[in-house]
Design a protein around this ligand. Structure first.
Ligand code: UTP
Length: 653
């Protein structure tokens, strides 16, 4: 199995994790709070079960260590952990996992490390999370991300390293989280960012003594003895809480300018109130010189130190990608430093998606007799031959979808596992290029976002969707048909367009595609009134499953200003509200043997008449790969950008 664990960057609230722990001893201390995000630098590893505990790692200079081997003995692993150094982290977590879970050995080959070591990005926590995750996945322990964080923390504190509680946030991947520290309690909350935010991280080639910084600041706790200690407690307590609260709000709004101001404010507060407790390390002349550089100021909206602070790393936020690029070029080429750009992507209010795939795919017989239509191959825009389903899921993830439920028949599970779990044939794996191995690791990471739900009997699309009612958990969810591919003709993906439209309208929303009248009998068709000047957002007035052309002409035509008639079908993407699941529930309970299929369209019509519903005419092309002609068209056009120039849509023909 291939794994990737990112490094983590504390954006705001450094030191407040251990400071918040002191609330246990002094109740007047303010709980800690920090905003932490994963970055795309990290550790790539191949992991497998083994009868011992084996480990080797690539180093930042490209060399690779020899294999280290430990027997499966908690005592010996603990002793190794106490010895310190890089191996101690691995031994510490392995000791913890063996003590608390019924596991055997693992072999961990960290074949690529892109994360700089000892730069305040918690490379030690990343390796600890990686070891915990390797045990979790290889031994199918079903530990949540939060549980992996805990195991990583428990393992790391067996070593001499004095890690904090915020370091393990790397377990959440590249998503920002708000962490709150109150004594032994830790709360983690994901932050939905309103707009893409462009950051730069820079190694300033300075020096600092983290242990000295930590010792000096810890000396200010638990009871402040002088003004310096009082100031440190105020900065890491009340001042920090206020800044964090405002920053979370600014991040939700996607307000980069305000975040920049808050970064500068956080740095000023640190300089004024915390640095005097350890001036030799925290005056950070090099950091300040670069922060005060006129060009750096010009290209960025705000600047502050990283991690324990001091002359280590610098973080900055920029207005847009262009200024981010200019800043990185300036830092690298003019100042001779090492700067990395990273982006925190906007997240939508729709976090979950459902893909029903439990149908038989009879229209693709006999191909579908041997291969589920979800696995039919397609060459995507990246030039990679991949199953249709993977192309669909990758677009979902780009749109910020975090959890995906796939509805399948129970005996289809094996096919899905083959795609999303490890490669068992070692020979096949060895023949893959490094790039392909990385992609293989990425596919397994995608697999971690998937929940499989079984539809035991094929009673129709509505019945399949209803199986996901627990998964939806009262949230609005995106529904995608597993046999449709989408190509956007605009800057944002078809999925993004539908979700944005839902966010505007706040009601059940379906994507729409204009179709010829002679095709209406194959699709769910809708009619209504456009409510915007661009004629994209439609208040839906009726929805009919597979109408005859005569019925459609009489009842479903939407006339434009010149009196021409247009017909609209569902484009295959829906944002379902909880009301749809309630309506489906009634249909499922009322179902009697032989009474036909349980249709999603019927449930949507019920919700439309009770609460209203919107359609959005997507600027894009749909390929129905569940039918031979649609699949043929997708193989020819999808991924080649031919469709972009012609704007041809399968549904329009
Ligand atoms: P379709 O009716 O288009 O697909 O359903 P099908 O039943 O697989 O294909 P044919 O008609 O036999 O060729 C649309 C989507 O809903 C799923 C299908 O797998 C498809 O992705 N579906 C349909 C279910 O999951 N369960 C069902 O009972 C019916």
């Amino acid at each position: 199995m291939d794994l990737f664990v990112s490094g983590r960057l504390c954006l705001f609230g450094e030191h407040s994790d251990w400071a918040g722990y002191y609330t246990r001893i002094n109740s007047r201390i303010e709980p800690g709070a920090a905003i932490v995000t994963g970055i795309d630098l990290g550790i790539y590893a191949h992991v497998e079960k083994c009868d011992k505990f084996r480990f080797r790692t690539a180093l930042n200079d490209g060399s690779i260590t020899d294999w280290l081997e430990f027997p499966l003995s908690i005592k010996e692993l603990r002793a190794e952990a106490r010895r310190g150094g890089f191996n101690s982290y691995i031994a510490g977590v392995a000791a913890y996992m063996m003590e608390y879970y019924d596991v055997g050995g693992v072999a961990i080959d960290c074949y690529k490390v892109t994360l700089p070591i000892k730069k305040g990005l918690s490379s030690s926590a990343a390796i600890c999370v990686l070891v915990a995750r390797a045990f979790n996945l290889l031994y199918n322990l079903q530990i949540s991300v939060r549980g992996e964080m805990e195991a990583a923390y428990r393992g790391e504190i067996l070593t001499p390293s004095r890690c904090g509680r915020l370091d393990q946030a790397c377990a959440y991947g590249e998503k920002p989280v708000l962490m709150k520290f109150d004594g032994d309690n830790l709360e983690v909350e994901q932050i939905s960012v309103g707009k893409d935010l462009f950051w730069v991280l820079c190694d300033i080639h300075g020096k600092k003594d983290t242990l000295k910084i930590l010792a000096s600041l810890n000396a200010c706790y638990p009871f402040a003895q002088d003004e310096i200690s009082e100031n440190v407690q105020r900065a890491l307590g009340k001042e920090n809480s206020r800044i964090i609260k405002e920053t979370v709000l600014a991040m939700k709004q996607g307000n980069a300018e305000r975040i920049g101001q808050l970064m500068t404010e956080a740095q000023d507060t640190f300089d004024r109130l915390v640095s005097p407790a350890c001036p030799s390390e925290l005056l950070s002349p090099k950091l300040h010189k670069i922060m005060d550089d006129p060009a750096v100021k010009n290209f960025s909206l705000g600047r502050k130190g990283v991690g324990s602070q001091g002359d280590g790393m610098l973080q900055m936020i920029c207005k847009d990608r262009e200024s981010q690029e200019k800043l990185v070029a300036y830092l690298n080429c003019k100042l001779g430093l090492e700067a990395y750009p990273f982006c925190i992507r906007a997240r939508h209010s729709v976090r979950k998606a459902v893909i029903p795939l439990a149908g038989f795919g009879t229209r693709l017989f006999p191909a579908s007799k041997v291969v589920n239509k979800a696995f039919f191959p397609i060459v995507d825009y990246d030039g990679v031959a991949k199953p249709v389903l993977l192309a669909i899921i990758e677009e979902l993830i780009q749109s910020g979808i975090e959890e995906i439920a796939i509805i399948i028949q129970p005996d289809q599970q094996e096919e899905f596992d083959r795609l999303f779990s490890n490669i068992t044939d070692a020979h096949y794996y060895q023949k893959l290029s490094e790039e392909k191995r990385e992609y293989n690791a990425a596919i397994q990471q995608i697999g971690m976002k998937i929940t499989y739900i079984y539809q035991e009997e094929q009673l129709g699309l509505g019945h399949a969707v209803y199986q996901a009612h627990d998964f939806a958990g009262g949230e609005a969810v995106l529904l995608l048909l597993g046999d449709h591919l989408y190509h956007s003709n605009s800057g944002s993906s078809c999925t993004d367009q539908v979700i944005c439209s839902f966010e505007q309208c706040g009601q059940l929303t379906v994507s729409l595609d204009e179709i010829d009248i002679n095709r209406v009998s194959s699709y769910g068709c809708l009619t209504g009134q456009f409510v915007d000047s661009e004629q994209r957002i439609m208040r839906v007035e009726a929805i009919v499953e597979k109408p005859s052309p005569e019925f459609a002409e009489q009842n479903l035509a939407v006339k434009d200003e010149k009196g021409r008639k247009h017909y609209y079908s569902v484009f295959g993407q829906y944002v379902l509200t909880p009301a749809v699941f309630s309506a489906l529930r009634k249909k499922v309970l009322a179902y009697r043997e032989g009474s036909g299929e349980i249709e999603l369209t019927d449930a949507m019509e019920e919700v439309r008449s009770a609460e209203g519903m919107y359609g959005y005419v997507v600027d894009g092309t749909r390929y129905d790969v569940g039918i031979p002609e649609g699949y043929k068209k997708a193989v020819t056009n999808y991924g080649s950008r031919v469709d972009k120039s012609t704007g041809a849509s399968y549904g329009k023909e």
